[in-house]
Design a protein around this ligand. Structure first.
Ligand SMILES: [Zn+2]
Length: 187
């Protein structure tokens, strides 16, 4: 999709298009109300966000967490994306969902996200510049033989919130709501 904004033709990075297509394939009837990609003008002034085009490229998508017939799978889907990144897909920069941020910091461990918008209606995925043109398939299933860790209770355990000060530069900042309110619908 291309959209004219500030006189420039902007597009979503190739990795963002690809990941969204894979999610659409898996959940064709999902709710898309909270989907988004490009920041609206109201959020541009607020500064840093991967939703703001950089040289015509937007490097973030929001995916509505209502997967319709598969509502219970939102966590599992986020977990698949997180594991894909952890296995080495460096196109994924960070993920935010339900008060947690996941990034290369601490090896993609879930950490507490302290921004004012906890991201429950949607999950946010930012991409690195490696995803600008790389539209290869995201290996979300991974190793089929992978077994769930026995100590699943530690999954999602918080670390001190001051550890969020190491957010990737150019991305969101603690206390900033990530300008995730890009609500341009994806027809
Ligand atoms: Zn977002």
């Amino acid at each position: 999709m291309r959209i004219i904004w500030s006189g420039l033709v902007n597009r979503l990075c190739a990795a963002g298009v690809q990941l969204r297509e894979q999610i659409d394939d898996d959940y064709p009837d999902r709710d898309r109300k909270s989907d988004g990609w490009i920041a609206d003008a109201r959020h541009i002034a607020k500064g840093n966000s991967d939703h703001i085009p950089a040289n015509g490229i937007v490097r973030a998508i929001d995916i509505d967490s209502d997967l319709a017939a598969h509502k219970e799978e939102a966590y599992a889907l986020v977990e698949k994306i997180r594991k894909c990144a952890k296995r080495g897909d460096k196109r994924i920069k960070y993920i935010i969902y339900d008060g947690k941020i996941m990034s290369p910091i601490l090896g993609w461990k879930r950490r507490k996200y302290s921004g004012p918008n906890p991201h429950r209606s949607h999950f946010h995925i930012s991409f690195t510049t490696l995803g600008d043109k790389d539209s290869s398939y995201f290996d979300l299933e991974g190793d089929k033989n992978e077994r769930p860790k026995k100590d699943g209770r530690k999954l999602g355990k918080d670390i001190p919130s001051d550890s969020t000060s190491d957010l990737p530069s150019g991305g969101i900042r603690p206390g900033c709501n990530c300008q995730c309110s890009s609500r341009i619908s994806l027809a």
